[in-house]
Design a protein around this ligand. Sequence first.
Ligand SMILES: [Zn+2]
Length: 446
Amino acid sequence: MTHNWAAVRDEATRYLQDLIRIDTTNPPGNETSAAEYLAAVLKREGIEPTILESAPGRGNLVARLKGDGRAAPLLLMVHIDVVPAEANAWTHPPFGGDIADGFLYGRGALDTKELAAMELMVLLMLKRTGKPLVRDIIFMANADEEAGGRMGAGWMVKEHADLIRAEYAINEGGGFALDILGQRFFTCQIAEKGTARFAMRTRGRAGHGSQPHCDNSVLKLAAAIQKIGAAEFPHHASATVKLFLERVAAKLGKPHDKDLLALLDAKKYRAAVERLPLDEGLRSMFYAMLHNTVTPTMLNAGSKVNVIPSMAEAKCDARLLPGQTSRDLLHELRAVIGNEVEIEFMDDTPALESDYQTPLFDTIARVMARHEPTAPVLPYLVVGATDARHVRKLGTKVYGFSPMLAPTSELDRVHGHDERIAIDSLAFGTRVLHEVVREFCEGVDR
Ligand SMILES: [Zn+2]
């Protein structure tokens, strides 16, 4: 069956526009309103959805297209909450869904209501053609990703695992274009870093602000923070990043291939990264892909300007590479800041890394090769965190693949002002995702 792609584009655009106009800013979330919108669309087409609330207003939607069970289910997952927007800094209202110059504007246009619209559209297209499926396709639009997922994907995994159990899942986290030294690649996320957030505290002697002394908790904390800022933490090359850089090097060839491969070598990393003509964004991304990172984000000390406080505290956002734990990080931290500073971990969520030698990855690579033959798909490690960390507890292989044409610069708008998606990119993504899901789940003719 041939699809009318202009009509598909317009329909997906309408869904995205409608979803953006439903304010699901988290907190408080109110995702039920968006879930009800999706439910109404699905019902109209004969797909029976279920909405499950983790708390009043915190709706999670699940729907299923049945296959014949020859293969295990595929989960299309997406979060429908968004981060707050400072409306007065936007040129188009964040919940207006305006279209201007080929872009659709709004909070969630790239994170991740675009994927919600695409997955919805793909589900509807498969339902309409009605071809038999070899596996179930499950659609989950969940709450609360932006606040950690405890009321969303985390809750679904805990309370309703049977509704979403799948062999594979497609999620946010990859699918965008990545330009490296003049060559375009597309990403498919198979790994993401873990988190090990911690508080660090220094103690000293209280006293009067008029009589400075060196046993001042604030000065000690400042010194520790400065050391963290200046430190280069130990280098670790995970399997995914190895694969990623080997493929980039192979595609680029001379003169940069040697230096790209040298990034994988702890001893050669620093010199190689200096030699490569990388922009600031790539340089910091490569660093985060090859090191545990520690970012101080919150400070707390003192309650009166003329009193030297006996305790000062900083909170740090730390990210762990695959295979690393908070204990490993503690060792690395101690080497930088010494033993005097107290460190208390607030969480320890390990990184995740899935196999890429799978039929789903192959399908993604094959479909992308048809659409973008000069831009290979790279197995990719996301340095942030997504709902994948919840769903992988069910043994699901989660791939981040929300295909889009947007250059990386557009992604700076994620969580920023004037978030937007090119309508062409939404159309491209819908088409690619449809082909991936169709070929993976119908299992026959292309
Ligand atoms: Zn986000």
